[in-house]
Ligand binder design. Structure first.
Ligand code: GLA
Length: 384
């Protein structure tokens, strides 16, 4: 049975009636552009063939009901609830945040709902399961409320609004923008100062692989917010709204104005923004060797200047870049754990991936999750 058919059957079993709408959103990888998004910089991302599906119907008057394949019981909240949840129920903050953001944007909200989630996207791997849940929920809610049309850009901004204002993570638009605009075999390019969105083809013959370290720093959200605050401090001291408006040469002449940590963060962000443009230029002329080396340079900058890598991620990059067929490798997403992305050609095979996984297991005592990816289309409503 296909995932949406299985989801519809389980929805019927749990809630006693069929879903009215099912939407699907892919996870994403950050191809390059690490922590550039909330600094007004450029990023390249890609939708991946791992997804979150959300099924909804109208439910009991005065109630919001939630269920997922990872959390067996049905949870119920009073309709319109605005309280952020903690602990094992905290995943409800994503659909609740989306419901509230629909109101903030003046869009239609269902008065009550039954909701069920299915996912084959790893959680905590830096592949944006939360943004995928937000965007699939938004499309399903809009359909349920009888007003299914929304522009792709507004969908991205709605998801980010929910994340910033209800979930409480000060993220940029990379995750939601990539998931909204994703296109098969293309990279999504975002100029986050607008934001403006476009797509560019992925050269043929290349493959993305994810190596999920299966580690995640316990204080991950706090560390993300701390880096965000250091970047804001650097921008304020240097008198700019966004760090990415400065060039590496500007920073070289002015970094003595900054304290040590904000200076390191600013160096990473400003050089990373420049690297994204170098990748775009290299892609345009088909120089994939250069693309790969820029990806690895991005990781080294995260490792040494932004300090959001971990020994596990560094080890995976070190190993991967020694293996024939790997053009480049880097941490993907916020960092402090999660996954490494490798860009490879056909010389890199399942057997090569197993060699890297084995080396990792020998060092850290457990195997990484290895995921060969296809680049997939963006968030969409499946039933009409
Ligand atoms: C997380 C955030 C994004 C972005 C990346 C780092 O994925 O959600 O907005 O900041 O980290 O580039």
């Amino acid at each position: 049975m296909s995932p949406p058919a299985a989801l519809a059957a389980r929805f019927q079993e749990i809630y006693g009636h069929p879903p009215t709408a099912i939407a699907r959103a892919p996870g994403r990888v950050e191809f390059i552009g690490n922590h550039t998004d909330y600094n007004g910089g450029a990023v390249l991302g890609a939708g991946i063939d791992r997804h979150v599906w959300v099924a909804v119907s109208r439910g009991q008057p005065g109630q919001f009901r939630f269920c997922s394949d990872q959390h067996q019981e049905v949870l119920s909240l009073p309709a319109g609830s605005k309280n952020r949840l903690e602990g094992s129920s905290s995943w409800l903050n994503y659909p609740l945040g989306v419901w509230l953001s629909l109101g903030h944007f003046g869009l239609a909200q269902p008065a009550d709902f039954d909701l069920m989630v299915h996912s084959d996207l790893p959680v905590g791997a830096g592949m944006s399961s939360s943004a995928a849940l937000e965007l699939a929920t938004a499309l399903a809610f809009l359909k349920l409320a009888g007003a299914p049309s929304i522009s792709t850009q507004q969908l991205a901004e709605l998801g980010r609004h929910a994340e910033n204002n209800f979930v409480g993570v000060p993220c940029g638009v990379l995750d939601q923008g990539t998931i909204a605009f994703a296109r098969q075999n293309h990279l999504v390019q975002i100029d986050c100062s607008g934001p403006t969105f476009s797509t560019t083809p992925m050269p043929a013959g290349l493959r993305l692989w994810v190596f999920n370290s299966l580690t995640k720093h316990a204080l991950i959200d706090g560390m993300y917010s701390a880096r965000h605050a250091e970047c804001q401090e650097a921008a304020k001291t240097l008198g700019v709204k966004f760090l990415a408006t400065l060039t590496p040469a500007d920073l070289a002449t002015r970094s003595s104005q900054l304290a040590a940590a904000p200076a390191r963060r600013a160096k990473h962000v400003i050089e990373e923004h420049a690297r994204v443009h170098e990748v775009v230029a290299a892609l345009a002329v088909g120089n994939i060797t250069k693309v790969g080396s820029l990806l690895t340079a991005s990781h080294r900058s995260s490792q040494h200047w932004f300090e959001n890598s971990t020994p596990e991620l560094d080890f995976l990059v070190d190993q991967l870049t020694l293996v024939p067929g790997v053009l480049g490798a880097r941490l993907t997403g916020g960092g402090f754990g999660g996954a490494v992305l490798a860009l490879a050609n056909a010389d890199f095979t399942d057997a090569s991936a197993q060699i890297v996984a084995h080396a990792y297991a020998m060092k850290f005592g457990r195997s990484p999750q290895v995921i060969p990816l296809q680049i997939a289309d963006g968030a969409q409503l499946l039933t009409s």
